[in-house]
Design a protein around this ligand. Structure first.
Ligand code: GDP
Length: 324
């Protein structure tokens, strides 16, 4: 099946995943539309990489504006990647988080369903998050793991995830991808991985300021971001819509990440360069998150392609190169 004529709308197109997704779909021949917020500074960078992308200025919480945009574009695929991106921010702005990460998805789903009903089928992909599992009792987690968020971010994602299921039951081709942490050189430095690779490169270059981190024993299932957007496209184009855990199934500690990053930067004994600072410990944190991607493997033929050490090495290497 070719999909060369797809018209896609990506919310959150200026983020890490949005950029990779837009590039993949554009290479596939799709017509790319993206929602950007007024004054989004990342928009010009995206347009440099992908001049053919058509950007629409708007806000997810503008119900009428979003309905109008969807009705005018009649996209065949909508990828909802927008939202408050950090757990920390969601504690500071819980109502904004509920509106952007939760309620706004209702408008997208309802409009997608109405378009579908009127003869313009829309396939919908929601970027869900492992954060909605909170502190799971069992590892690894899969699509049946109880949803029990421990942050406003997780609660808003949980609402959106449930609503995808509601509209799927009503007949919409709607998928929810439960994404575990996924990294790349484009990851913002507010995430621990990029914070570490930046510091490793800086210290390898002769800087002596130590890297201050929080809980080195926290464990995460870290994958390669372009693999995760590929899973989104596979889900959208699979005959039957569904929910999928997208993860590697392998976990590492923050300490493992530090060690791998310093080795990649040419430093074997990293201990002297790193200190633990209580400021970076979180009052509520999922200590361990690991996903079981078997369903995505079986139904979508998806598998992670980049092992942990290689993800870290690529990120460290990219620190010394101009931004891509
Ligand atoms: P998250 O899983 O989406 O919250 O992604 P992060 O990359 O922000 O955090 C991953 C894990 O690293 C969490 O368990 C954090 O508590 C832990 N961590 C330890 N030190 C730090 C730090 O200095 N910054 C951040 N962002 N996380 C840290």
């Amino acid at each position: 099946m070719t999909h060369g004529t797809e018209r896609v709308l990506i919310t959150g197109i200026t983020g890490q995943d949005g950029g990779y997704l837009a590039e993949q779909l554009s290479n596939d021949g799709a017509e790319i539309h993206g929602l950007v917020r007024d004054g989004d500074e990342a928009a010009s960078g995206l347009l440099q990489r992908l001049p053919q992308a058509q950007l629409h200025t708007g806000d997810l919480t503008d119900t009428e504006g979003m309905r109008d945009l969807l009705r005018v574009l009649k996209p065949s695929e909508v990828y909802n990647l927008a939202g408050i991106s950090s757990v920390a921010q969601s504690w500071e702005q819980p109502t904004l988080t509920a509106e952007v990460t939760g309620v706004a998805v209702a408008v997208l789903l309802q409009t997608a369903w109405q378009l579908t009903e009127s003869g313009n089928p829309v396939r919908f992909v929601q970027a869900s998050s492992a954060e909605m599992f909170g502190n799971p009792q069992r590892s690894p987690q899969n699509e049946s793991t109880p949803i029990a968020p421990v942050s406003p971010y997780g609660a808003a994602k949980a609402y959106a995830h449930h609503l995808v299921g509601v509209y799927r039951a009503r007949g919409l081709h709607a998928c929810s991808l439960i994404l575990y942490n996924h990294e790349s050189p484009r990851r913002p430095s507010s995430f621990v991985t990029r914070k570490i690779t930046q510091a490793a490169a800086r210290i390898a270059g002769g800087d002596t300021e130590q890297l201050a981190l929080g809980n080195l024993d926290a464990r995460r299932d870290w994958g390669w971001a372009p693999d995760y957007v590929d899973a989104m496209v596979r889900a959208a184009r699979h005959a039957v819509p569904g929910d999928y855990v997208i993860a590697t199934g392998v976990e590492h500690t923050v300490r493992d990440f530090v060690a791998a990053a310093f080795v990649a930067a040419g430093i074997d004994d990293w201990n002297q360069y790193v200190r633990v600072d209580p400021r970076f410990f979180r009052p509520v944190d999922a200590v361990e998150q690991i996903g079981d991607p078997s369903k995505a493997g079986q139904l979508l033929g998806w598998a992670p392609t980049v092992p942990f050490d290689e993800i870290v090495a690529r990120m460290v290497r990219a620190e010394n190169q101009p931004a891509e």
